[in-house]
Design a protein around this ligand. Structure first.
Ligand code: G1P
Length: 271
């Protein structure tokens, strides 16, 4: 059963500067709702009961967003605003579900995952990268379904344009079925020449606790960071089963300014 989700939130968000010099990108509103809330709602609808947020001291406003009870209480008392009351109820629900761990130096997704080790209770857990929104169909739900069928680890994937493969982790595939395939290998941001396919990793993973041991053995990879992709690669080489879930929802990349703007438009249109 997948009951816990970890969310790395310590990144600097340099692609969205200057906005991110004062607001963490995960709190930037997309059609009136902070990015992170889309991620939380997707997980909760998929049955997740607990979140581990990996933040940094520079991003404490993420914690504040969920822990500002006194402000709500005071204003609701004075104003009896129904909308505000509904929002407060939501925030209270999220607050009960979130734990925080700290990653003060952005040393990569692998390092972020490792910070959560002592909190993980079951054999598998979910990880979501908040830059990647998937709307219309619940991707986490689809992945949990595939995990139940295969008993293996799962990565969300979709085909991307060949010329853009060096922007992503890319999967080498075997035994392709309609909506999923087995993963033979993964390569972080390969050149077009070295890319084994154009199936890209999109930020959703169901990972086994075995991954912690592999992360500890890693040396910094691309860009001097510890990449989760490299730990996954080691597990696949040791014959652990990983599957690519070709998700059916619509992918929105919120990590760049144009992607962020477009996400708001798409979500608005979809209403
Ligand atoms: C990360 C992962 C990459 C994945 C991507 C999806 O890269 O390292 O494998 O394809 O997320 O968004 P980043 O976006 O942090 O550069």
């Amino acid at each position: 059963m997948i009951k816990q989700a970890i969310i790395p939130l310590a990144g600097l968000g340099t692609r969205l500067l200057p906005l991110t010099s004062v607001i963490p990108k995960e709190l930037l509103p997309i059609n009136g709702k902070p990015n992170i809330q889309y991620i939380l709602d997707e997980c909760i609808n998929a049955g997740v009961k607990e979140f581990i947020f990996i933040i940094s001291k520079k991003k404490l406003s993420i914690k504040k967003y969920f822990f500002n009870d006194n402000l709500y209480k005071k204003i609701i008392k004075k104003k009896k605003d129904k909308r505000l009351f509904e929002e407060y109820k939501k925030i209270k629900k999220y607050k009960k579900m979130i734990k925080f761990v700290y990653q003060n130096k952005p040393k990569g997704t692998g390092d972020a995952v490792l910070k959560c080790q002592k909190f993980i209770k079951n054999k598998y857990f979910l990880m979501l990268l908040p830059d990647d929104l998937i709307i219309r169909n619940n991707c986490s739900k689809e992945m949990i379904r595939l995990h139940k069928i295969t008993n293996g680890s799962i990565i969300a994937t979709k085909r991307v344009e060949r010329k853009s493969v060096s922007r992503w982790g890319i999967l080498s595939i075997k035994n392709k079925k309609k909506n999923y395939f087995q993963i033979n290998d993964v390569i972080e941001k390969p050149s077009i020449k070295k890319a084994p396919s154009n199936f890209a990793i999109i930020g959703r993973y169901i990972l086994p606790t075995k991954i912690f041991g592999e992360i500890k053995k890693l040396k910094p990879g691309q860009g001097g960071e510890i990449h989760i992709t490299d730990a996954i690669r080691s597990l696949i080489r040791k014959k652990n089963k990983f599957y690519g879930n070709i998700f059916t929802g619509k992918y929105l990349d919120c990590g760049t300014l144009s992607g962020y703007i477009n996400s708001g438009i798409q979500i608005f249109k979809g209403k």
